[in-house]
Design a protein around this ligand. Sequence first.
Ligand SMILES: *[C@@H]1O[C@H](CO)[C@@H](O)[C@H](O)[C@H]1NC(C)=O
Ligand SMILES: *[C@@H]1O[C@H](CO)[C@@H](O)[C@H](O)[C@H]1NC(C)=O
Ligand SMILES: *[C@@H]1O[C@H](CO)[C@@H](O)[C@H](O)[C@H]1NC(C)=O
Ligand SMILES: *[C@@H]1O[C@H](CO)[C@@H](O)[C@H](O)[C@H]1NC(C)=O
Ligand SMILES: *[C@@H]1O[C@H](CO)[C@@H](O)[C@H](O)[C@H]1NC(C)=O
Length: 385
Amino acid sequence: MVFMVLSTIYVLVFPTLAGSMTGYISVMKAFVKDRSGSIIPFENFNYVAYIIHDGQRVNLTADYIIPYADTANAKSKQDPMASSPSPDCPDPGDKICSLKNAASHYVSNYGFYGLDDVNTTWEIDGVYLEPPALNISAFYLTYYTPPSNNLSDNRLFGNGWVDPRTGQRPFNDSARLTWTANGQLFSIDDIKANGACQPMMNAYEWGFSFVQAILNAIIMTAWTIGLWLLWLAAQYKLPLQREQEVAKGWRAVSYLAETMRRQFDEAGINPQSLREKPLKQEINKYLNGGDISFIAESPEKSQLSLGHGLLLWFKQNKWWCLVFFLLLLGTGLSQRPVLYPLFATVYGMLMAMALVDGVASRILVILPFMIVSLFGLLFALLYVT
Ligand SMILES: *[C@@H]1O[C@H](CO)[C@@H](O)[C@H](O)[C@H]1NC(C)=O
Ligand SMILES: *[C@@H]1O[C@H](CO)[C@@H](O)[C@H](O)[C@H]1NC(C)=O
Ligand SMILES: *[C@@H]1O[C@H](CO)[C@@H](O)[C@H](O)[C@H]1NC(C)=O
Ligand SMILES: *[C@@H]1O[C@H](CO)[C@@H](O)[C@H](O)[C@H]1NC(C)=O
Ligand SMILES: *[C@@H]1O[C@H](CO)[C@@H](O)[C@H](O)[C@H]1NC(C)=O
């Protein structure tokens, strides 16, 4: 009874539960305020690789900032929130990429800060430079092993460079990682101080609560099992006891005759040996005037509890249950995602066992699930492995 009330409430609130699982949420984006007060999306920020302080000597501007990647180039763009910038150049034709490599080769030959008093060449356009060397500096450069002039080698030189004046490695400290945007430099502290996540104006995305979905699935499973147990109890406890239908017509007549025969036998009356009138008297005397009750086929069955009913059900369906559990355990324990589409068949078996009796009708119920499983397996084999 409690279950029936709870079940009714569940059915009533189900649309609310399902509806509150999903909904629109506003899109959040990270923004950073720059020195002029304008707000820049953080995705437009870039890691700084090198700065050429006397850039005008090679047809660039003074204090020219060379970033790790070009934010305008979708192919080589880098996530500014990655733990460490990548020196890779996915698009070799990228202008920033060639600048970055030119600077890397230059400092690996002549060092940083323009300390070498030698004639040098800037690799882009082959610009020849009188001493001193270009004054190039950096903040943090990802780890790099041997110096190399290999042009197709995109690793950036500088992490292990030792400043001859101090004996320190100035570019090996990842805490000095610096970003650039709008021609300005931002340290990690600047980003922390001026960055914030803000909802975008009039931009919404579809939100989905997984916790609620899983909770709903659990409640639904409990509800389904509860309903099935209720059905099972009804099957075994009510007088009809798994009879296919209420007896009427010929079946009713045969039941009636059978029951009368049994009651005559129990009372020791032989109706064929008596005439109508004495028979009526006997019936009045010994059989309460002849009231007939529907006697269950096996009397012990009518006292069946739900537990006994369950046991009986499991006994009748032992092979189905065995195959079901083997398939369920086999698929679950294999831990091979490729096999997971088989769960559809397992679910189909569960449905078939609960819904119908008889091998043919059960196979009919399972068939669509098997087809789903087959397509799932085919898809998994083709695309997942
Ligand atoms: C300097 O750069 C500009 C544009 O970046 C280019 O048009 C010009 O040809 C370059 N000059 C030399 C000497 O490379
Ligand atoms: C640089 O090259 C010039 C000739 O182009 C030469 O006179 C000068 O000695 C060179 N300087 C150094 C430091 O090699
Ligand atoms: C290189 O540039 C930096 C920044 O402009 C400056 O502080 C430094 O003195 C320059 N070094 C040389 C050797 O010119
Ligand atoms: C240059 O570097 C690339 C990538 O690291 C490597 O495959 C290639 O063999 C190198 N070439 C030379 C000449 O060292
Ligand atoms: C950077 O190099 C210095 C030596 O100049 C060393 O003491 C320090 O541990 C290095 N830091 C990192 C993060 O490798």
